[in-house]
Design a protein around this ligand. Structure first.
Ligand code: HEM
Ligand SMILES: *[C@@H]1O[C@H](CO)[C@@H](O)[C@H](O)[C@H]1NC(C)=O
Length: 554
């Protein structure tokens, strides 16, 4: 980053600081216990985004202060951090929808505006309640269980392609070391491209990937993640922190700033939109020519829905193109990272892996006996050991470990687990002012022993067979987990992702055995943007990698 930009950043930071001083919050959260601020400028935000193993800070704080505590944000602000299921639930619930057309708690601009800069006006960056509602309403049917079933053959086809690639490598040797995260990242990219807009990134084919894959790979999978996302520099952290106090109309101009990372992001956005325009025109022509057109991809559905929708629920071309890129971004690394950590756990729990393989081959025998080739949705759902491994990985390696929300008006935050204030009072609700930032720690919620059992700190899929586990709470989109967030802005693609993981897991575990690499490595969990990624301890310079030894299953 250039010196002049750094200077500009500092100037902005100081200006914001001056403005902040004038804002007197009526309801202070100073009475909530928490760690002392390590820095007036950065608070804990630098430490949180740079911690060597994601969650270690939060787990420590939770042990000391209980399920809700106070940390410091940039510029000396106070942030409430919570693992409390009731507080989290409240922060993600839709409250006051039509009141002043605002949601009770909003996304935090410093975290969310990147989605706008990269992808444009899609569902993730939509801030106004009426815009977001409209996006969500049009897109919901494409993510319903009935429609998602039709994607199962696609998930299986891409899984089989990975199998084919590995098998050809294994023709010459007994085992091979693969970068698991990269393979899964390619597989989930190909899947989301074809499901979302019938576009083949050709990523599993590697090297011969499409032009769009090459552009995308350069920025998100290759260098981008090292330069910008992974351990963002101090100037970027500060600069982004000011976004919380800048009106959206001005934030939107940031895409025009003529320096990195904005130039790079604008380039990829440009390339993507060019393809998006072309694909949109082709699809629309196809659908106009044949109303019954069989296009099952999400874009085709949305185009059809748009023609019949009442004017108020229509989506513009700009929004439609943004939607396609948004789905690519939201649906790809998240699923790949979750599966990567799942395979990592399988290398550490070989007995469980063997039992899973037995379960899969038992079901396979049933499928053959009835004369079928592929697992049906019911077949996959009957694989309980596999499903529990998926749930346990979503819990233990919550790839989005925390998300912030901002209260849009004065509120009282309810707690399921009371805490003791700095003055020794036991409190079970916290009055907060509009503007209060609340950081919900999904990772820490997933370690609450009251909810998950005394062994919450270890990976153990068997916990999901215990009748009492997760029953005390009723949060999230799936199995009381917060990994997919919750409420109106909860993950739209959670079911898509779970089915995708079921299909890929069954395919790969049936065919291959997974073991730790020959040279033992220690894996750390780092945060890249919002998503957690694996880093080999002591080899940070290699970026996100997860080496795993693969051999043919007997
Ligand atoms: C393991 C995989 C996944 C995880 C952990 C995950 C997690 C999340 C989380 C935490 C959010 C809330 C973000 C926020 O409020 O800032 C979210 C939103 C979203 N996710 Fe996912 N996601 C996954 C897979 C997918 C897939 C496969 C798709 C689509 C194919 C998808 C599409 C979306 C969309 C469209 C939103 C925005 C929803 C809205 O704002 O209304 N996600 N996801
Ligand atoms: C949706 O319909 C409106 C109004 O007919 C049209 O202007 C717009 O281009 C359509 N959007 C898409 C993505 O087809």
């Amino acid at each position: 980053m250039s010196t002049s930009l750094n200077t500009a950043l500092m100037a902005i930071a100081l200006l914001v600081l001056a403005l902040l001083r004038r804002v007197t919050q009526r309801r202070s959260v100073k009475n909530i216990q928490g760690p002392a601020s390590p820095s007036l400028l950065f608070g804990h935000e630098l430490a949180l985004s740079h911690q060597a193993d994601v969650g270690s800070l939060e787990f420590d704080w939770m042990r000391k202060y209980g399920a809700t505590w106070r940390i410091s944000g940039c510029f000396g602000t106070d942030i409430l951090m919570t693992a409390d299921p009731k507080a989290s639930c409240a922060s993600y619930a839709m409250q006051h929808i039509y009141q002043k057309t605002a949601y009770g708690y909003l996304k935090r601009a410093s975290q969310n505006h990147f989605a706008y800069i990269i992808a444009g006006p899609g569902i993730v960056s939509a801030t106004a309640a009426e815009d977001h509602n409209r996006h969500r309403k049009i897109m919901n049917p494409a993510f319903g269980p009935a429609h998602l079933r039709s994607f199962l053959p696609l998930f299986q086809r891409i899984g089989a392609k990975v199998t084919e690639k590995w098998k050809s490598d294994l023709a010459a040797s007994d085992d091979t070391e693969v970068m698991m995260n990269r393979w899964l990242s390619r597989a989930t990219l190909d899947i989301v491209g074809q499901a979302a807009f019938d576009y083949d990134y050709g990523a599993v084919e590697d090297g011969e990937g499409s032009a769009l894959y090459k552009a995308y790979d350069k920025i998100f999978i290759g260098s981008y993640s090292k330069q910008v996302d992974y351990k963002p520099p101090k100037s970027v952290i500060l600069f982004q922190a000011t976004w919380d106090y800048i009106p959206e109309s001005i934030l939107k101009l940031f895409s025009h700033i003529p320096t990195a990372p904005f130039t790079t992001l604008r380039d990829i956005n440009g390339q993507f939109m060019q393809y998006g325009r072309q694909i949109l025109q082709e699809k629309r022509a196809e659908i106009e020519a044949d109303k019954e057109s069989s296009g099952k991809d999400i874009m085709s559905l949305l185009i059809k829905a748009n023609t019949s929708a009442d004017p108020k629920t229509r989506m513009s071309d700009e929004e439609m193109k943004a939607q396609m890129f948004t789905l690519t971004l939201a649906g790809h690394e998240t699923t790949a990272a979750t599966l990567t950590f799942l395979f990592y756990e399988l290398t550490r729990h070989p007995e469980y892996q063997t039992r899973m393989r037995q379960e899969i081959s038992d079901v396979r025998a049933r499928v053959r006996a009835r004369g079928d080739n592929d697992f049906s949705m019911e077949d996959l759902d009957s694989m309980t050991l596999c499903m529990n491994a998926i749930k346990e990985t979503l819990r233990f390696h919550s790839v989005i470990p925390n998300l912030p929300r901002v209260a849009s008006q004065d509120e009282v935050l309810p707690l399921a687990q009371p805490i003791v204030s700095t003055t020794g009072e036991t409190i079970s609700e916290i009055p907060i002012s509009a503007g209060q930032v609340i950081m919900t720690s999904f990772a820490a919620y997933h370690r609450l022993t009251d909810v998950w059992g005394a062994d919450a700190d270890i990976w153990n899929p068997e916990r999901f067979t215990r009748p009492e586990v997760g029953k005390q709470t009723n949060v999230g989109m799936f199995s009381n987990l917060m990994t997919f967030s919750a409420g109106v802005r909860g993950c739209l693609g959670w079911r898509f992702s779970v089915i995708e993981m079921q299909a890929l897991l069954a395919e790969l575990v049936e065919n291959f055995n997974f073991a730790p690499p020959a040279d033992k490595v220690e894996i750390d969990r780092a945060i890249a943007g919002l998503v957690m990624v694996p880093i080999v301890h002591g080899k940070e310079e290699m970026g996100k990698i997860m080496p795993i030894r693969v051999s043919l299953a007997q």
